[in-house]
Design a protein around this ligand. Structure first.
Ligand SMILES: Nc1ncnc2c1ncn2[C@@H]1O[C@H](COP(=O)(O)OP(=O)(O)OP(=O)(O)O)[C@@H](O)[C@H]1O
Ligand SMILES: Nc1nc2c(ncn2[C@@H]2O[C@H](COP(=O)(O)O)[C@@H](O)[C@H]2O)c(=O)[nH]1
Length: 185
């Protein structure tokens, strides 16, 4: 059986983690946990949401790809992906737009990319605030180049990725089910 990874990408606050958790809960897809130097949010747990790293420990890992997003480092390891595939042939990961492009380039058909967007970008800020994000962090993020970039699907992924407007979560889940049905028996 072919190993695959469902890559969820899109703007900050667009619902990537929510969709990844749905794929985990509904389809039993293991979540590939990535590494970051960003401070943990309230309720985030090391080894569950991320491996939280220091500026020194981050650079001791072996990454398939890594990026800087709004001033913090993020990276996904080969070992994390292999360990997820060891549990199940279909896994899921949350990446920014640049990471999703790298995954498609490196893994080809094994990477199924789903780009999430919302109708109105103001909704993203509302969702981050509702999630309880630190106000200063939200302001810094919204000003970042990476945030602006990820409002649109990366041009390298046009025609190679699914796009879902995540307004109504029930409808989003139904669309996710349709995509998964194309790949998973
Ligand atoms: N369709 C939706 N309607 C309303 N709220 C939603 C919807 N989808 C997700 N949310 C909520 O929006 C907030 C942001 O969602 P989530 O954390 O999944 O986004 P994200 O894309 O992973 O964000 P980030 O990249 O900043 O980590 C959460 O509080 C989540 O419960
Ligand atoms: N390219 C990568 N992007 C990653 C990775 N882990 C998370 N992310 C993305 O970073 C931003 C910010 O995440 P947040 O949790 O601080 O809101 C978001 O788009 C994530 O999808 C990674 O290993 N590589």
């Amino acid at each position: 059986m072919k190993n695959r990874v469902f890559v969820i990408t899109g703007a900050a606050g667009s619902g990537k983690t929510t969709v990844r958790n749905y794929l985990h809960e509904r389809y039993g897809m293991p979540r590939v946990i990535t590494h970051t130097t960003r401070p943990a949010r309230e309720n985030e747990v090391n080894g569950v949401d991320y491996y939280f790293e220091t500026e020194t420990s981050f650079f001791k890992r072996h990454y398939l790809e890594s990026v800087t997003y709004a001033g913090h480092h993020y990276g996904s390891s080969y070992e994390g992906l292999q360990s997820a595939w060891h549990k199940n042939p279909d896994a899921t990961i949350v990446l920014d737009g640049a990471g999703a492009v790298t995954y498609k380039q490196k893994l080809g058909d094994q990477a199924v990319i789903i780009f999430l967007r919302v109708g109105n970008p103001d909704e993203l800020v509302r969702r981050m605030q509702t999630r309880g994000d630190d106000t200063t962090m939200v302001a810094k993020r919204v000003k970042s180049q990476e945030y602006a970039r990820d409002l649109q699907m990366p041009r390298q992924l046009v025609g190679k990725a699914y796009e879902i407007v995540n307004t109504d979560l029930a409808q989003t889940k139904a669309k996710i089910d349709q995509i998964v049905a194309k790949y998973v028996d």
